[in-house]
Design a protein around this ligand. Structure first.
Ligand SMILES: Cc1ncc(COP(=O)(O)O)c(C=O)c1O
Length: 476
């Protein structure tokens, strides 16, 4: 193999490259072995194999120009129609595929902005969202110059409709609710929020990126209706690349109003290269993702999804019961689907996350409240006993760790770990701040603790930007 940072003079053989790919991949998250509780939603290798074939059949095709590839146009329309039926959209509803939840959300916000500009002459719009809504909405507000009005949730982490109503004014362009929110897996009370939205004539977007391919198939539903059948809901996003089990790059956005959808389109007519029109953020749109979405929805059908959702829901309950059997661990709120988090009433939960990570299990660390996140897929049914075995070990170790015993590790950890990822000056700032506040530190548990201290100081954002920068440069 040549020096990795140089463009090879001559091409390298496929055999050698695949060997290298297998080798570097071996350090990645072992999602096929059920070790990931986020990032990858995995059902079964047979499904993945079939979808890989669908992807490669459309490996190079580009959906930017639908008239060039009528088959992609046909498949995209059929995907949207199939999604409309599970999300109870009225016949006149219209939609599009996007590359993922974030793009669907960006499009919902852009559409609401243009719509409000045209129909209500709002120049500087405001978007009302519960604090638990996905940061893609904050991103959208930042990108499109909209003010985000973030409202608190109740004790059960669901937002109250009256809390939203308090903030509606003449500049409100969109209300947002989640089905469910990622952190706690709870569905916001859409029927009540829908009433408020309708009464005030404000569009309402439902983020069902996580729930779109679970909630329609849950048996004995306990949550309120959440989809386009709810009065007041004007758009919904659902990710086929999450619980739809498609390859990455597949989401849909559906509007019950044609004018809203048109407001997400982009047109530029003065380019010397010709008239440019594109329906969403991406220019080139990978045909493979559309082919996969089309294939998976029909491969599984309603029955297939019902079966997979049943396994995920029952498995989530098993994990929740197991975790709750520890006196000092608690499931946060009452999750409506197979996505949940748990916290400790007694010790630093991030230490438990770190210990599990040492044993190659990945659970996202959440804040407010400090908790560990679990998105359960069918694969997790198979690894339950293995999980229990390792969890017990990790739990005992995490409980043993207390501030005293880890105090000495502060500098060691900081030097070894933080220094690796943060540039010198921000590392020093972080350390100084942490020491000023008397915080100790071990591994990422401590990093989170310290981040809590730094909130609002302005330097946290700066450091995270530097962190991202370092992660995407060759010297990292
Ligand atoms: C509720 C919710 N909405 C939106 C998104 C964004 O999806 P993506 O990562 O596909 O852009 C996520 C991602 O986890 C999510 O949990």
């Amino acid at each position: 193999m040549n020096n990795k940072f140089e463009f090879p003079d001559e091409g390298i053989g496929a055999e050698e490259l695949f060997k290298e790919l297998d080798s570097i991949k071996s350090n990645d998250l072992q999602w096929k072995k059920g070790r990931a509780f986020s990032y990858v939603y995995y059902a079964d290798p047979k499904i993945t194999d079939i979808l890989s074939r669908a992807y490669t059949t459309y490996f190079s095709e580009n959906a930017l120009n639908p008239s060039a590839f009528p088959s992609l146009r046909k498949m995209e329309i059929e995907v949207v129609e199939m999604c409309k039926s599970i999300l109870n959209a009225p016949d006149h509803a219209v939609g599009l595929m996007t590359s993922g939840g974030t793009e669907s959300i960006l499009m919902a916000v852009k559409a609401a902005k243009e719509f409000a500009k045209r129909n209500k002459h709002i120049e500087k719009g405001e978007l009302i969202m519960p604090v638990t809504a996905h940061p893609a909405f904050n991103k959208a507000c930042d990108y499109f110059g909209i003010k985000s009005v973030i409202v608190p949730v109740q004790e059960d982490y669901r937002v109250e409709a009256s809390e939203i109503e308090k903030h509606i004014n003449d500049n409100t362009i969109l209300i947002v609710a989640s089905a469910p929110s990622y952190p706690q897996g709870v569905v916001d009370p859409l029927p009540e929020i829908g009433k408020i939205a309708k009464k005030n004539n404000v569009p309402l977007h439902v983020d069902a990126c996580v729930g779109g391919f679970v909630l329609p198939f849950v048996k004995n539903k306990k949550f309120p209706n959440f989809d386009l059948s709810v009065e007041g809901v004007t758009s919904i996003s659902a990710d086929i690349h999450k619980y739809g089990f498609a390859s990455k790059g597949c989401s849909v956005i559906i509007y019950n109003n044609e004018e809203l959808r048109k407001s997400q389109f982009y047109v530029y007519t003065d380019w010397p290269g010709g008239i440019y029109a594109s329906p969403s953020i991406m220019g080139t749109r990978p045909g493979g993702a559309i082919a996969v979405a089309w294939t998976v929805l029909q491969l599984l059908g309603r029955k297939g999804y019902e079966e997979l959702v049943d396994v995920s829901m029952k498995t989530a309950e098993k994990y929740q019961n197991y975790i709750s059997s520890f006196d000092d661990l608690e499931i946060v709120s009452s999750p409506d689907m197979c996505v949940f988090s748990f916290k400790s009433t007694d010790f630093d939960i991030y230490e438990l996350g770190d210990e599990m990570h040492e044993l190659n299990w990945l659970m996202d660390r959440q804040q407010s409240p400090p908790a560990l996140h679990m998105s359960i897929s069918p694969i997790h049914a198979e690894v339950f006993d293995e999980f229990k075995h390792d969890f017990e070990i990790a739990y005992k170790k995490a409980k043993k760790l207390n501030l005293k015993s880890v105090q000495k590790n502060i500098q060691i950890f900081a030097a070894k770990s933080l220094k690796k990822i943060l540039p010198d000056n921000s590392f020093k700032k972080l350390q100084k701040k942490a020491l000023e506040n008397g915080k100790s530190s071990t591994r990422s548990a401590a990093l989170y603790g310290m981040m809590g201290e730094l909130k609002g100081s302005g330097s946290l954002d700066e450091m995270i930007v530097e962190f991202l920068d370092q992660m995407t440069r060759k010297d990292k």
